[in-house]
Design a protein around this ligand. Structure first.
Ligand code: FES
Length: 82
């Protein structure tokens, strides 16, 4: 399997309130949102679902190491590249 579509840096969006489903597999064509690719690609991943209560600029974690999912907490900047 090739590498997923995203890198480690967060995806910054102008988010709106409501129920959200964020991609955790990296294969969605609608990043940072899930489009069902995790099933089509048989990744074993499941999307991160949550309720966003306030509109505004949000940084959605793509390295999957954040301590505050689904939001970026800066962890990607401390990851070693191998
Ligand atoms: S498409 Fe990636 S988690 Fe659903």
């Amino acid at each position: 399997m090739a590498d997923p579509k995203h890198g480690d840096a967060p995806i910054v969006i102008d988010e709106t309130p409501g129920r959200k489903s964020y991609c955790t597999c990296g294969w969605s064509d609608k990043l940072p949102y899930c489009d069902g690719a995790h099933n089509r690609m048989e990744t074993g991943c499941v999307p991160f679902k949550c309720e966003v209560t306030e509109a505004g600029k949000k940084a959605v974690c793509q390295c999957h190491q954040t301590g505050n999912p689904p939001w970026c907490d800066g962890t990607h900047s401390r990851l070693k590249k191998g």
